[in-house]
Design a protein around this ligand. Structure first.
Ligand SMILES: [Zn+2]
Length: 185
């Protein structure tokens, strides 16, 4: 999710970005972190230690966060996360790890120069590849369980080895199958 300067959740459109673009950036991030052979990407350590000058992870008391698990402020580049989600991510909870990877996607792709607020008309016509939430989810899936690393694995093996949720593993597994079908056809 993203919030504007007044802290209110807003609808944005992003620069168009294909799944291949998002996948390429996710792999660059893994390379930057020295994680091209590490299966379970250390998302918390990566944001806290490798991105210190680029991205600040602010852990907030749950009482300050309403119902929000985490969000990114595009004008500041900060990622805010509620304490319980941060602790869960530190402890390897797949959903919390995905939440942080999703917010990192917003930080990389959705700074103020890369997105614009949407009018109602634009919102209706928004293409999926312009939707920041879709882009952040696709980036997170590729960062945590890159299709190039999951070949030959079952969905449950992807869950176990990459510390991702069943849904995330299933989507990445399907994407790989589609990629393989395209390369055969
Ligand atoms: Zn989001």
């Amino acid at each position: 999710m993203q919030k504007g300067e007044n802290g209110v959740a807003m609808v944005f459109k992003a620069n168009p970005c294909s799944r291949a673009d998002l996948s390429a950036m996710a792999w660059r991030v893994r390379k930057f972190g020295g994680c091209t052979t590490v299966k379970a990407f250390p998302i918390v350590e990566f944001i806290e230690h490798n991105l210190m000058d680029y991205c600040s992870l602010q852990v907030l008391d749950d009482s300050e966060c309403d119902d929000n698990e985490a969000w990114t402020a595009p004008e500041l580049g900060n990622i805010y996360v509620r304490n319980s989600v941060y602790e869960a991510a530190v402890n390897g909870n797949p959903r919390a790890r995905f939440t942080l990877a999703h917010e990192l996607g917003h930080r990389i792709f959705h700074t103020t120069s890369q997105i614009a607020r949407c009018s109602i008309d634009e919102m209706v016509q928004l293409k999926i590849y312009q939707a920041p939430e879709w882009q952040a989810d696709a980036f997170a899936g590729e960062l945590l369980a890159p299709t190039r690393m999951i070949s030959g694995l079952s969905i449950s093996e992807i869950c176990d080895q990459f510390t991702v949720s069943y849904d995330c593993a299933r989507i990445q597994h399907e994407l790989l199958q589609r990629q393989n079908l395209r390369s055969v056809g």
